[in-house]
Design a protein around this ligand. Structure first.
Ligand code: ASP
Ligand code: MG
Length: 486
């Protein structure tokens, strides 16, 4: 059997119109003889609002959290009404069970409000309860999409992802258990596919073996798609979003950005982390391991061929495939005045980051100093206090990372000179050429980003290779990109 995982992001299910469009895309795939498994995010911005409501409740702001919840309840009801009670339902189909679904929505929000009241009474929000709260976004959207698909004549069956995506108990960023997931998918999802049904499941959410709800981290629906695709050996994983695939750079910064038609796993993995959040970085891993291609597609423009991510890179004239930007970073400079020349020094520094579970983006070292960058300021005071025990520490925010990716820079001479020539007026704070040899990254001031990106793009994408880049259509920045509007 040929399976395709089709993952739809928040903007592809943001309202009845979007879900209707999504239903048509899926129906088209089925008409091509493919069996899709659909994975959906919460409706756009719902996760953010659930997080806001949970933290309001955690601060004791009962009214505030209940007000957010009431707005979300209204939005879900409104979408359900427009989705399930339209005049356009196919003739001969049963009347859509709208009343039943509306009742179900109310029940969800009643239990959600119960949690908010409890949180507000206690005035404390734990990571575990946080996951419980945000999971409602995907629970609601996946049921909504299932109901909408069914009303349009698709044989959709809802699958509670928490029965399949088994994880550890690191709430907020749980680690999946691949072996168990594979087993559960075979037990729960495979039989549905064999009956030619259309399984629909929520992304991002999972549960521990004991059945406690967890989440895979922000943007984690792509990860779910990859886990499902990997677990069931899908022939392709389609990530449906609201842009035409991976671009040569952020079109909001540089209107000349081009669509990249094909990119290698390795290049995409480098970009995914730093990039425009078109794709969750971890998506790459389960797909690479099983050699499953990933396609990034636009649900608002389904005819567009998007970006195909494949095992091997296609070579092209430009040494780079894309320029990624990551803003809001902090540089931490650690100067080893006291422990100069001693061994185990780097270890002692990274132990501190490990202790505070803080991910480091980039590192540069010299004999006496180490500079690292981090994207979260949350633990900075604690990290800095701990580092001060072994070194002098300084940190500075409002920095940005520019990451230039391309397999063709391997072994080529003079690339660095071209890069820094293009941005000779910009102050570069840190430089690193990745061990993978396919990325060149450097840190600059956030204020210099726009100018630097435009100069670099002009320097490297003047004469784009039509095999690799879509030279026909210049990019149009979409109104609400997924990265902003989830
Ligand atoms: N809804 C989740 C989030 O906004 C997961 C996702 O959309 O991928 O982070
Ligand atoms: Mg996303």
């Amino acid at each position: 059997m040929k399976f395709v995982v089709m993952k739809f992001g928040g903007t592809s299910v943001e309202d009845a119109v979007a879900i209707d469009r999504t239903a048509r895309i899926v129906a088209n795939r089925r008409a091509q003889g493919v069996l899709p498994i659909v994975v959906v995010s919460a409706m756009a911005k719902v996760t953010d609002q659930l997080i806001a409501a949970a933290s309001a409740a955690g601060r004791g702001d009962r009214a505030g959290s209940l007000a957010i919840s009431a707005r979300l309840r209204h939005r879900h009801h409104d979408t359900a009404r427009k989705l399930l009670l339209p005049a356009g339902a196919p003739i001969g189909s049963e009347p859509p069970p709208f009343a039943e679904f509306a009742e179900w929505i109310d029940k969800q929000f009643e239990s959600l409000d119960e949690i908010f009241r409890g949180l507000a009474a206690v005035g404390e929000l734990t990571a575990r309860t946080g996951d419980m709260v945000v999971s409602y976004g995907e629970q609601l959207s996946s049921r909504m999409v299932t109901a909408g698909f069914a009303a349009r004549g698709l044989d959709a069956v809802h699958v509670d992802s928490r029965k399949c995506i088994i994880t550890d108990a690191q709430y907020g960023r749980a680690i999946p258990n691949d072996a168990l997931i594979e087993k559960r998918l075979e037990e729960v999802v495979l039989p549905l596919l064999k009956e030619q049904k259309l399984p629909v499941m929520g992304g991002f959410i999972g549960s521990t073996e004991e059945g406690v709800t967890t989440t895979l981290g922000r943007g984690g629906s792509d990860f779910t798609a990859a886990l499902v695709g990997g677990g069931l050996n899908a022939s392709v994983i389609e990530i449906w979003t609201d842009v035409n695939g991976i671009m040569t750079t952020d079109p909001r910064i540089c209107p000349d950005a081009l669509r990249v038609k094909t990119i290698s796993f390795e290049e995409a993995a480098e970009l995914a982390y730093f990039g425009a959040k078109v794709l969750h970085p971890a998506t790459i891993l389960p797909a690479v391991q099983k050699n499953i291609p990933v396609a990034v597609l636009n649900s608002r423009n389904p005819e567009n061929e998007g970006t195909r991510i494949t095992a091997l890179a296609s070579h092209c004239r430009s040494p780079f495939k894309s320029i990624a930007v990551k803003k809001r970073l902090t540089i931490i400079d650690v100067v080893a005045s006291r422990m100069l020349m001693s061994h185990g020094y780097l270890k002692s520094i990274f132990d501190v980051f490990d202790k505070h579970k803080c991910a480091v983006d980039m590192v540069s070292t010299s004999e006496v100093s180490v500079s690292v960058t981090v994207d979260s300021n949350e633990k900075l005071p604690e990290i800095s206090a701990d580092l001060s025990k072994v070194a002098d520490v300084k940190y500075e925010g409002r920095k940005a990372l520019i990451c230039m990716v391309g397999e063709d820079i391997r072994g080529q001479n003079g690339i660095a000179a071209q890069v820094f020539q293009a941005i000779r007026h910009v102050n570069v704070r840190m430089i690193s050429q990745g061990a993978s040899e396919i990325n060149m990254s450097f840190m600059i001031e956030e204020d210099d980003v726009d100018e630097a990106v435009r100069s670099l793009h002009a320097a490297f994408f003047q004469d784009p290779d039509p095999e690799v880049f879509d030279v026909q259509a210049r990019a149009v920045a979409s109104a609400v990109p997924e990265s902003v509007g989830r």
